[in-house]
Write a protein that binds this ligand. Structure first.
Ligand code: MG
Length: 387
């Protein structure tokens, strides 16, 4: 047992081959330098846990104002107690201490525990499965030649993904600022179904602000095409709209993804009958600790819970539980190389083998961080230290 002595955010430069448009959607692009952040929590024995995140998420004021005061001097193994200790400080932060920052700290604490015990986190949390089928999750539609600009582009890419071993594909279709709409979505979904045949499972994550009637029209087309789920076609704050939609479609409704409220919002969705498959993310919903509660909640209702997003935190929850079928591998694009790690990682945590991803075997979360690269490209260090 050892108390937490240091909470450090290391901001460093790295290289990405993508850009994010004005609505927050990622697309492939030429290589460019970006800044990323590594949150490190270190205890009195010198053991550390890490989580990669964004500098904006764990700003200097978040480290000195919330993470440091909540964690320094506390026993690092007490993850449940520390999660509540941190989460209770969110209300008074007036939005400054976000669920994403809470998640980064929670993940770093789980990484620390796993490293101290010599166990991968998924095994420490339950050890339910050592591998999981992956679905290919595409980037959003674009206007890039040979990219994801037309229904035919989606169909061609889907055939390529099946050739790589995927047995399931999720389309993210067109979003603002590009032209978007139900007709375009139906055309892309139809083209992909015709391209891959009936045996590949397909899911749709569409434009998120359709009206009820637009979502119903799109959902009925998915019913005809035999889709495995329909994700976030409407504003998720309107739980009753999802209940209304789920009652009328054969295609399972999955949600919520972005709705505020951690595991508690998921309980409301289940009781309201607003989804057929539950959804929670480790990064967006406050960490591994609340995501596990959502998965166990779904299991208690005989439902699947599918984890939103890729990465080591998602694998930790998926490997620890059984009520969910898939790992979301992506985002993928015809012009993007998902399998080559960014320069600050020595390897990716989720290589695809026969359509599946194996759980990491290294102690902790399993991210293969190149600490030498980060040390050589550090541009800022924000630290809270026990005195
Ligand atoms: Mg989604």
């Amino acid at each position: 047992m050892a108390v937490i002595e240091r909470v450090v955010v290391t901001v460093f430069t790295t290289v990405t081959h993508s850009y994010v448009d004005e609505h927050g959607h990622r697309h492939p692009g030429p290589p460019r330098e970006v800044t990323e952040a590594l949150l490190t929590i270190t205890d009195a024995d010198g053991a550390s846990g890490h989580c990669l995140t964004k500098p904006d998420t764990v700003r200097e004021a978040v480290v000195s104002g919330y993470l440091g005061p909540a964690l320094l001097g506390e026993e690092g193994f007490d993850r449940e107690r520390l999660w509540h200790r941190m989460a209770r400080r969110q209300r008074g932060s007036q939005g400054a201490f976000s669920d994403r920052a809470l998640s980064a700290a929670d993940q770093a604490l789980w990484d620390l525990a796993g490293r101290r015990l010599g166990l991968p986190v998924w095994r420490l949390l339950g050890g339910a499965r050592a591998e999981v089928p992956a679905y290919a999750s595409t980037m959003c539609g674009d206007d890039i030649p040979g990219g994801l600009a037309t229904p035919e582009d989606y169909a061609n890419f889907a055939k390529e993904l099946v050739a790589r071993g995927y047995r399931a594909i999720k389309l993210h279709t067109w979003m603002p600022p590009l032209p978007h709409g139900v007709d375009r979505d139906i055309a892309a979904c139809t083209a992909v179904r015709e391209a891959v045949g009936p045996d590949i499972e397909l899911m749709l994550d569409s434009y998120h602000w359709y009206s009820r009637s637009e979502a119903l029209t799109l959902g009925r087309a998915l019913d005809e095409l035999g889709f495995a789920w329909f994700e976030e076609p409407m504003e998720e704050a309107s739980v009753q709209s999802y209940r209304w939609l789920a009652e009328q479609l054969r295609t399972p409704i999955i949600g919520p993804e972005t709705a505020w409220g951690k595991h508690m919002a998921r309980a409301e969705w289940v009781v309201a009958g607003a989804c057929d498959i539950l959804r929670v993310g480790v990064v967006g919903s406050g960490g591994i600790t609340p995501a596990l509660k959502a998965v166990h909640l779904a299991e208690s209702f005989g439902m699947d819970c599918e984890i939103h997003g890729n990465g080591s935190g998602a694998l930790a929850v998926i490997g620890a539980t059984l009520s969910g079928r898939w790992y979301e591998r992506g985002l993928l694009h015809p012009h993007s190389d998902y399998d080559t790690p960014p320069p600050h990682l020595r390897s990716i945590v989720d290589p695809l083998v026969d359509g599946k991803v194996r759980m990491p075997t290294a102690p902790g979360l399993g991210d293969d961080i190149d600490h030498d690269y980060i040390a050589a490209r550090t541009v800022a260090t924000w630290e809270s230290r026990l005195r």
